[in-house]
Ligand binder design. Sequence first.
Ligand code: AMP
Length: 287
Amino acid sequence: MSKAIVFYTSVQLQSHLIAVRLNNKSIGFVPTMGALHEGHMALVARAKEECDLVVVSIFVNPTQFNNPTDLEKYPRMPEKDVEMLSTLGEIIVFIPTPEEIYPENNHFPGVQLGLLDSVLEGKFRAGHFKGVTHVVYNLFAIVQPQKAYFGKKDYQQVAVIREMIRQLHLPVELVACATLRESSGLAKSSRNMRLSSEEKEDALIIIDTLRFIKLQAIKETPSALAAKARAYFAIGALRLEYLEIIDGASFETLTNKWVDSAVCCIAAHCGEVRLIDNLELFSNENE
Ligand code: AMP
């Protein structure tokens, strides 16, 4: 029997949540774009552990896609998602339409992202973080969670949402969760469904390169190591968009000096599919 309760409108969802709040129960929120996998499920499981009630949204947000083909081909399977979520017990699932999320004359105060919006994903996906902050802001306003769970697989997104919470004084605690990987090392992603088995093999160059960098860190300067890693990556079949070693706190590229918060971030095209991944170089998470 399904234990997930599905709402399609914010009015329905909010009237359900009023009773929850009146009983002083805490709400954990996991925003997703659906096509769920174990990476999403780990976020939901953690939210279940830490909160009285968990809301999972499934919404392929058109405003964060800069590539229309990527939006069109993004996998959508809400029935399967709800079934999967039901295995975790009672979950509230919110599946809104774009009109629900973006009512007419909807006002978004905006966030000054500075460097965060001009490097890595910000640089290569113009307007992406404007779309991400707007949708998460609206979802937070509808769900009003105490805690919201995000994956470090989207490392820059975590920093962007953290900055939005800080600038707009949003009463939400962000919980950043480790990246879940296939046993091969490939980071789990909804986009992996679009890869052939050969492309999945090819895509392992991403984690191989990240692990190579982690192993070699400190032995030479960040810029020298990044250059070596780009050359290593080029031997594989993927087309590299960026490989940067950054300070995960400031998002500045590291050149001569290492810092404890060093992270290597990669984006690359595997056939028609764009993949991203990262590794914190001096931490054991996300390995
Ligand atoms: P998405 O559906 O791709 O928007 O992802 C929804 C949430 O799940 C985001 O916070 C992602 O960072 C997170 N997520 C996606 N893939 C993984 C993964 N492999 N491990 C952990 N979290 C993930």
